[in-house]
Design a binder for this molecule. Structure first.
Ligand SMILES: NC(=O)c1ccc[n+]([C@@H]2O[C@H](COP(=O)([O-])OP(=O)(O)OC[C@H]3O[C@@H](n4cnc5c(N)ncnc54)[C@H](O)[C@@H]3O)[C@@H](O)[C@H]2O)c1
Length: 388
């Protein structure tokens, strides 16, 4: 068995998502395990951290035993020892940075959204294909334990004919005035690539399609619950993007479902995100980690509604949650960002197929773009096929 190295530039390396999920939870473990087994050989990621703040880069590098970091992206892109470029810097820089990386002949792997628009995403894809470069997009949420269980149920035919679904996501993001905000201001500015639709709908696209199949069309309402927010320096700024959205989705299979996402809601249900699928043979509801089912045969006949008199006002003390059974056969836990890295590394070094390619990332953006257009124009928007 031989060990070969694969040079990977991590851009935006000190950011929240790159330093935690991609570096600490995915690449650092692969490195500490002696590399990734690909065929007969091991591939050891050799990392170069890129960013703007030298002190922070040095700190993150030291924390994970990474030898190299730089604030000079051009020199990193010019270094042939690092053929792979990964971008997890701020969203509004994505397209321009990826274009530079492609021009430098790097294989690209990128956080979502892969581009601000489908048109710009397709430009990037054409440029990467023209240069014969490999490309990939982060699609981590389908690897969450709860959604993996839901996907397995769908594959096993548990639902019968799917008749509907409901996806709900969100929590209260403080406004930076009453209490410090948990999200930086760029999330609330169009010019910063902000807005909850561009942030979260790319995820919901591959989760819904991965479990339930293709989406035919959508209609959406998007609104701004908190129009004024405080920044880190104590100033106020106007929010020019939506922080809440509801989407009605029509699947190619004919069923409909809804997506509700908001940074201005308070958590009450089972988890921060919940995805319920209803089918003729049964229903399932998954959160981030757990999943519950109610098969047709276990479905109770509902009482306490429309019984005449004032029955609807009586408190029947029904424990509806107890009528569901938890899916307990846990698949082995993997960090949800790790399968993406493993798949992309195998794709680069061994040419193995990688489903989460740039075209998939563009389809993720397409759902967001369709929902923004639908909200602005008040109409259904079809999702035309993109890529393979
Ligand atoms: N897959 C997911 O679930 C997920 C979750 C969160 C964020 N993200 C994506 O990751 C990206 C980063 O999000 P975050 O939450 O980590 O944000 P963040 O603000 O914590 O990190 C952004 C990083 O980009 C750096 N940056 C800004 N300008 C730069 C420049 N010119 N050159 C190099 N670096 C620069 C910042 O210094 C910061 O370190 C966003 O595109 C976001 O959509 C994905």
């Amino acid at each position: 068995m031989a060990t070969r190295t694969l040079g990977i530039i991590l851009n935006g390396a000190t950011g929240r998502i790159c330093s935690t999920q991609h570096l600490a939870n995915a690449l650092a473990p692969i490195r500490s395990e002696g590399g990734l087994l690909v065929g007969e050989d091991r591939v050891m990621p050799r990392l170069l951290l890129a960013g703007r703040d030298a002190a922070k880069l040095a700190q993150v590098a030291a924390a994970h035993g990474v030898e190299a970091w730089t604030t000079d992206l051009d020199s990193a892109l010019g270094d042939p020892e690092f053929p792979v470029f990964f971008d997890a810097a701020e969203t509004h820089l994505r397209a321009v940075t990826l274009r530079r990386a492609i021009a430098a002949g790097k294989h690209i792997y990128t956080e979502k959204p892969v581009a601000p628009t489908v048109a710009e995403g397709l430009d990037l894809l054409r440029a990467a294909v023209a240069r014969g470069l490999k490309h990939g997009a982060v699609e981590d949420k389908l690897y969450l334990p709860g959604f993996r269980k839901l996907k397995r149920l769908a594959e096993e035919g548990f639902f019968g004919r799917v008749v509907g679904f409901r996806m709900e996501f969100g929590w209260w993001v403080f406004d930076g005035v009453e209490a410090p905000s948990q999200r930086p201001p760029w999330n609330y500015r169009r010019a910063g690539g902000g807005g909850i639709v561009l942030d979260m709908h790319p995820h919901w696209r591959y989760v819904i399609v991965g479990i339930l199949g293709p989406i035919r069309r959508v209609v959406a309402a998007n609104w701004t619950a908190q129009p004024e927010r405080g920044d880190e320096r104590g100033g106020l700024y106007a929010v020019d993007v939506e922080d809440s959205t509801t989407t009605l989705v029509e699947l190619a299979g004919g069923a409909h479902g809804t997506i509700y996402s908001s940074w201005a809601t308070r958590v009450r249900g089972d988890d921060l995100v919940t995805f319920q699928v209803d089918g003729t043979k049964g229903s399932a509801m998954a959160g981030l980690r757990r999943c519950w089912i109610q098969a047709a045969i276990d479905t109770p006949r509902i009482v306490g509604f429309n019984l005449g008199g004032d029955a609807a006002t009586l408190d029947y003390r029904m424990d509806y949650a107890a009528q569901w059974r938890e899916v307990t056969d846990e698949p082995a836990y993997v960090n949800p960002y790790r399968p993406g890295w493993e798949g992309f590394i195998r794709h680069v070094v061994a040419g193995e197929p990688f489903a989460s390619d740039l075209a998939a990332g563009i389809r993720d953006v397409q759902l967001a773009e369709a929902c923004l257009a639908s909200g602005a124009e008040g109409r259904w928007v079809e999702l035309a096929p993109i890529g393979g």
